[in-house]
Design a protein around this ligand. Structure first.
Ligand code: HEM
Length: 398
């Protein structure tokens, strides 16, 4: 069978996402002109120790939504909803119709590498009578100096990340999940994002953000010895195989940023824009040498460069898997773009991931002056569902 990875000739995260023989057999039964392309037919496996949408390469489109439980939903309501969403997410990942809530929006496309990733916010534990099971890691994030957080676009009892290589496929999945939640949970906030479309570049490469930088280069890689310890939760027991997700809607002050010379922009980040190489030398993948000095004695990667202040070496080893998407939502009343990064970072424990890194960035990072954190969320990403049985959150809810 073909896979998104084969299609792209390898991916940044190096995770194979294959199509099944079943999908191919079904494809063979429909006329050639209505068969999905390899891009449309590519699928990500729903079942496994971890939910899909963490290790897969970023898809071209994302829909993020947080839901709040109805006052009378309780533990049974939450369980029923997670059961239903689990069945639906498995079907959507295969590109199959979803029954009563099917609206035909994604009818002509295949699954387009669709992933649905579900997580719980701290408030869900109170509303579902599960406060005794709330992980200590879900304690509220501290306030950071430049925060301008709008709580109406933050938090939420349930969080869903839907990724797909087609905008209609992603929106269809969101609409179906929303309709299935009716009476149990309602959308609190929603955000749509995008990243590079697979096949748009001659070779698969790290995507660019709206500041034009290659973003994601120095992420932990699945082959590395400490990858799981950095990304997947170690506790509590019911969360084994899960993770903690920090969401930040970060607006970029692009009108100001774009006034800077490329050279100044590169020194605020510590990498070249053209090819992502660190200013300490080499290519995109060359390890950063934070100690290296220029012939004039100045630091090659400046003292206020983003990659210096964000590096594990500067933060007691703190690390996370960043999997953010760009957003562009028109213009603000002052005419500036309402655009930036839907920052998403998966980590074993925010106290050894996002929190120390953001503290360090907010103290002196050159990039931070051109950013506004406008929304925030912290969620426990449920473990994956084993093939054949079970549903998301089963170990917590039974
Ligand atoms: C690295 C951009 C926000 C943590 C990078 C890189 C870029 C970048 C271009 C270098 C390439 C790479 O390794 O991915 C941005 C932009 C942001 C943003 C545009 C906001 C809009 C954040 C935030 C955090 C963070 C909020 C965490 C609190 C990191 C880390 C690295 C990194 C850990 C890797 C550092 C290393 O070890 O080399 N970022 N970033 N970034 N960023 Fe950000």
């Amino acid at each position: 069978g073909f896979s998104r990875r084969a299609l792209l000739g390898g991916t940044a995260a190096g995770v194979a996402v294959g199509a099944t023989g079943g999908a191919l057999a079904r494809a063979a039964a429909v006329p050639a002109q209505s068969r999905p392309t390899p891009l449309g037919a590519a699928r990500a496996e729903f079942h496994g120790p971890h939910q899909a949408g963490i290790l897969q390469p970023q898809q071209a489109r994302v829909q993020l939504a947080a839901f709040d439980l109805a006052p009378d939903a309780g533990r049974d309501g939450l369980r029923g909803l997670l059961r239903l969403w689990s069945q639906t997410a498995a079907r959507l990942a295969l590109g199959e119709p979803v029954g009563a809530h099917e609206n035909q929006v994604a009818l002509d496309a295949g699954p387009c590498s669709l992933t649905v990733t579900v997580a719980l916010g701290s408030s869900a534990f109170d509303k579902a009578g599960l406060a005794a099971h709330r992980p200590a890691q879900l304690a509220p994030l501290p306030a950071f100096p430049q925060d301008a957080i709008d709580r109406a676009r933050s938090d939420g009892d349930l969080f869903v990340q839907i990724g797909a290589d087609d905008a209609l496929v992603a929106w269809h999945a969101l609409r179906v999940l929303q309709r299935q939640a009716a009476g149990t949970a309602a959308v609190r906030w929603q955000a749509a994002g995008f990243s590079r479309t697979p096949g748009a570049t001659a070779q698969p490469r790290t995507g660019r953000n709206l500041m034009g930088q290659l973003d994601g280069t120095n992420n932990p890689r699945p082959g590395e010895a400490d990858f799981a310890a950095r990304v997947f939760a170690t506790g509590p027991d019911w969360l084994a195989g899960g993770s903690y997700l920090v969401f930040r809607r970060i607006r970029m002050l692009l009108d100001d940023w774009e006034q800077l010379s490329t050279d100044r922009q590169e020194r605020f980040v510590g990498r070249r824009k053209s090819d992502g190489a660190p200013l300490s030398g080499g290519t995109e993948t060359t390890p950063v040498d934070l100690a290296r000095r220029n012939p004039d004695g100045t630091l090659a990667v400046p003292a206020d460069a983003h990659i210096r202040l964000a590096a594990p070496a500067s933060n007691g080893g703190a690390a996370m898997l960043r999997r953010g998407f760009s957003y562009a939502d028109g213009v603000l009343p002052d005419g500036s773009p309402d655009a930036g990064l839907l920052f998403l970072a998966f980590q074993a424990d925010p106290a050894h991931g996002f929190v120390p890194v953001q503290r360090s960035l907010s103290r002196g990072d050159g990039l931070t002056r051109f950013l506004r954190h406008e929304a925030s969320g912290l969620y426990a990403v449920l473990p994956g569902v084993p093939a054949g049985s079970g549903y998301l959150g089963q170990a917590l809810l039974e």
